[in-house]
Write a new protein. Structure first.
Length: 227
């Protein structure tokens, strides 16, 4: 029993260390925000300095990791690098319907940060977004609806599309289709968070961002808005 308790503490510490490692990378990028004037940190953090915003989110996220670990809503150890790579590829595949929607009903011209800033900006804001939209709500729901993890996954998946609609994701059909895509993707992310931990959900988001915000973000300008 003593060894089992010790192993549980080690696994929890490892998960917290992994989360903090991702947070540290995001914080490092946030320190460089003044050197990336074309990266829209202000659109995500408002008047709050980017490093303070990342520290605040990471602090709450660490508490959420501990809570979810304590109630068994996240796994007791790390997931494998191979699984993370597969999840990133799945996230990239989920971006394809969004690209198709952009081709059919184009979003505004300036929705993506330009290269090369995008390569650092999107992983950093992806950490914040994954913490705010999924990790923190999941932990809060574990307090409010204990034992109803399936319901919590569905509710958690609704938060990001609801935010996008409230923020003006697009008019009419475009906004509705975008919300549907994000809800489906959110269900996959919440399930990955529950089964494999934060790194798995983050890998999905990074895969999505690599296609939608970085790859297609650069390609869409000459393809959709060429004079």
């Amino acid at each position: 029993m003593v060894w089992a308790f010790r192993n549980q503490l080690v696994s929890q510490a490892n998960l917290e260390t992994l989360y903090l490692a991702i947070a540290l990378a995001a914080f490092t990028v946030s320190l460089a925000a003044p050197l990336m004037p074309r990266a829209p940190f202000g659109a995500y953090f408002g008047p709050l300095p980017s490093p303070l915003a990342v520290i605040f989110v990471a602090g709450l996220g660490l508490l959420a990791v501990r809570r979810l670990q304590a109630v068994g809503w996240t796994p007791p150890g790390w997931t494998s690098p191979r699984r993370l790579a597969c999840l990133a590829a799945l996230g990239a595949a989920f971006a394809l319907p969004t690209v198709a929607l952009d081709i059919a009903l184009p979003f505004p011209i300036g929705i993506n940060a330009p290269l090369p800033e995008a390569l650092a900006f999107y992983p950093a804001v992806g950490f914040v977004a994954e913490t705010v939209f999924h990790l923190l709500p999941f932990a809060l729901l574990s307090l409010l609806i204990r034992g109803q993890v399936g319901t919590a996954i569905v509710i958690g998946a609704l938060i990001e599309p609801a935010f996008q609609v409230a923020a003006g994701a697009g008019p009419g059909q475009q906004g509705a289709l975008m919300a549907a895509i994000l809800f489906g993707f959110g269900l996959v992310q919440m399930t990955a968070l529950h089964r494999h931990g934060f790194a798995a959900a983050f890998a999905l988001r990074i895969g999505y961002y690599l296609v939608w915000h970085i790859g297609w973000g650069a390609a869409r300008l000459p393809l959709l808005f060429a004079p």
